[in-house]
Design a protein around this ligand. Structure first.
Ligand SMILES: [Zn+2]
Length: 687
């Protein structure tokens, strides 16, 4: 799932600054891990999978599209797990009114409360013996706004799509039970079949392959979709509306053989033909990179209105927000498109077993954005058409930069907003939440920090081992539910390393290290002295991080050498004898350790690194660090860097930002303290 916009991102980052409770320390009565009144554990545990859910056939009729209501017959194929069982408990929302429950045509006793349907079996169901239970119900979904099934009223103006009713589903996190009874937790998978009877003229989209589409004499349309491979209930989708269905697949694309279409508002066909033209090449690239074929029968993307998110990776049928149809340039929505496509593997094929492991969905989908940017630039650098090639393009400097630009975006989102510490804030891998939706907007962001962790793993293990681990993980766990430990073990198996500390530091505990690094060089002894201090909160629940900090020394004659500082406690220091005076010393230039660094080193090194640093990470760090310096030389360097078209855009932007800050301070200093109107607020600069 993708957040909707930068505004939503800003909101979520504001929200995630709020801890789960007002606790500011680890005193028991201020500890969000327990309820202070009752002493109860506040953690959330998975819904017990007492029945194996094998198949769902959901046959729905929408008698009048102007009403947010339908009738349905749902047939569930189930088998008891563990022990013979007498009761089937399904989550079923308040809008669902159950009329009958039958097994083999015989009525069965049931009770329906606000959110639960309990079915009492006439005799205990034997273990592993499949049986069908049929539930007939009516559903009033008029109360739903963007969750479960949403009914969008026609607009007075706009295209025929806008002027028609629209219905769309949104099941993640646990809201599909608002329109069909189900085991609404991600730790269960089943095949699903959906039949919708709607007035003629409305299109119907759901998961899997189209089985049939029939017109009836009474001007109705019956559309039957079948998802023949198991997936989780939160990924079941239904979209109804008057769409233009634009084919973006075909034999002349990078991915022949896979049906692909965009269901878009009438009148936006030209936009989506351009904007979504990357989709086939993205599919082909991910298939090769992950060494795993695209798993499903088709890949459709629908663009709906009144959608609360940017995108939702429903199995084989992604849903996207309305603005996606307004984009006009190829690339405008590539991040969103490849994110939801990446979920078809990471999320839909391998599904987090509980929201505690959501980063295995969202971190990976976010990382796919960086992977695609890298591939696109690599293809261009190799003289290939990135939209036509299905091959993995060879590595290039342009690809490395494109990849680093995207990772840098993740770093900036996390570095500024994550001041989390235990026990007040939940970590990435945590089952502490009041509502499952909170897991999408934690300070330890499953999207950006999740992707950074994958980047760190890749840069720490090297490309060969990393991709071997990814492929092993997929081979071992496709079509199943995954936990973080299973992911870790795949990488331990291929790397021969113990990764428990790595996973514990970056995923099991919240926050990130903040590191002050001081670098000095003694010409007389040719010694580099490195001193580091961890400045984040350190206490019994938040011990100092442990890692080996790489420093890349580059010399006048073009040689380079890595030295490593072992950081184990608050303070660490070491001396390194170097063959010559380095022109640059870059702290962790490939970002193997995710820190918020404050580095002190000679100005000349920063200036060298801005123009010629070993990575975009290093160059941007230099541009940002130079904002703390004064003098015409620094101003001139930043001004030239900002204007230099041979430098990467992110380096130029960072240079411009530092230059602007320096200039503002210089002017303010020359004028004394002046008030500057910034929006409605007065800000005083130059103090
Ligand atoms: Zn997502």
């Amino acid at each position: 799932m993708t957040l909707r916009s930068t505004a939503a991102l800003a909101l979520s980052s504001l929200l995630c600054l709020a801890p789960l409770a007002s606790a500011q320390d680890s005193e028991p009565n201020n500890d969000p891990r327990i309820d202070p009144t009752t002493g109860r554990d506040t953690a959330n545990w998975p819904l017990p999978p007492t029945f194996d859910h094998l198949h769902m056939k959901l046959d729905m009729t929408f008698p009048d599209m102007s009403e947010a209501a339908f009738t349905a017959t749902q047939t569930l194929t189930l088998a008891a797990r563990g022990t013979p069982r007498s009761t089937i408990s399904l989550r079923a929302g308040p809008g669902i009114e159950v009329q009958s429950v039958t097994i083999a045509g015989q009525p069965v006793d049931f009770t329906k409360s606000r959110d639960l349907l309990d079915i009492r079996l006439p005799a205990p169901a034997a273990v592993a013996q499949a049986f069908d239970v049929a539930i007939t119900y009516v559903c009033d979904f008029s109360a739903n706004r963007g969750i479960g099934l949403t009914h969008s009223k026609p607009r007075d103006e706009g295209s025929p799509t806008d002027q028609a009713v629209q219905v769309h589903a949104q099941g993640e996190a646990e809201v599909n039970h608002l329109w069909f009874p189900c085991h609404d937790f991600p730790n269960e998978k089943l095949t699903t079949e959906l039949i919708a009877n709607v007035p003629e003229g409305f299109e119907v989209l759901s998961n899997g392959r189209l089985v049939s589409k029939q017109s009836t004499p009474d001007a109705r349309s019956i559309v039957h979709w079948s998802q023949d491979l198991p997936h989780a209930n939160y990924l079941v989708t239904l979209v109804i509306g008057k769409f233009s269905i634009v084919n973006i697949g075909g034999d002349d694309t990078a991915r022949p053989g896979l049906p692909m279409a965009v269901w878009t508002p009438i009148g936006t066909e030209d936009n989506v033909k351009t904007v979504f033209s990357s989709t086939p090449a993205m599919v082909a690239f991910l298939e090769r990179k992950l060494d795993e074929p695209y798993p499903w029968a088709k890949y459709d993307q629908s663009i709906v209105r009144d959608f609360n998110w940017g995108g939702m990776e429903n199995t084989s049928a992604t849903t996207l927000y309305r603005q996606a149809a307004n984009a006009t340039e190829r690339g405008d929505e590539d991040g969103l498109i490849v994110h939801e496509l990446g979920h078809q593997w990471f999320g839909d094929l391998m599904t987090c077993k509980g929201w505690k492991h959501l980063w295995l969905n969202e971190g990976w989908a976010s990382y796919c954005e960086a992977m695609w940017d890298e591939q696109y630039a690599n293809a261009e650098a190799a003289g290939l058409d990135p939209l036509k090639t299905g091959e993995i393009a060879p590595a290039s400097e342009a690809g490395r930069k494109a990849y680093q630009r995207t990772v840098l975006g993740f770093v900036r989102r996390q570095r500024g907003g994550n001041n989390a510490y235990a026990p007040v804030y939940p970590s990435i891998v945590s089952n502490r939440y009041r509502n499952p939706d909170e897991n999408f907007s934690k300070s330890d962001d499953v999207y950006s920090k999740g992707a950074i962790v994958l980047h760190m793993l890749r840069s720490g293990l090297g490309d060969d081992v990393f991709w071997k681990g990814v492929r092993l993980y997929i081979d071992q766990h496709k079509f199943t539910h995954v936990e973080t430990d299973q992911f870790r073990r795949a990488f331990e198996e291929v790397s021969g390393r113990s990764l428990e500390r790595f996973f514990d530091q970056w995923l099991i505990r919240p926050g990130l290290p903040r590191l002050d690094v001081d670098l000095t060089f003694d010409d007389a002894t040719s010694t580099l002295t490195v001193a580091a201090k961890q400045t984040q909160r350190i206490d019994k629940l938040n011990p100092a991080y442990q890692f080996s900090l790489p420093l890349l020394c580059r010399f006048e004659d073009g040689r380079h050498q890595y030295v490593y500082l072992d950081v184990k406690g608050r303070d660490a220091a070491a001396n390194f004898t170097l063959p010559a005076k380095p022109t640059q010393v870059s702290v962790d230039p490939t970002l193997t350790i995710f820190c918020a660094n404050r580095i002190t080193k000679p100005l000349a090194m920063w200036m060298n690194e801005l123009r010629d640093g070993p990575s975009l990470f290093a160059q941007v760090a230099a541009a940002e660090a130079l904002a703390a310096y004064q003098g015409d030389e620094v101003l001139s360097l930043l001004a030239h860097a900002a204007a230099d078209e041979s430098l990467d855009p992110v380096v130029r932007e960072a240079s411009l930002a530092s230059l602007t800050g320096l200039e503002a301070r210089r002017i303010a200093a020359s004028l004394g303290s002046i008030p500057v109107q910034l929006g409605a607020r007065a800000m005083v600069v130059g103090r």
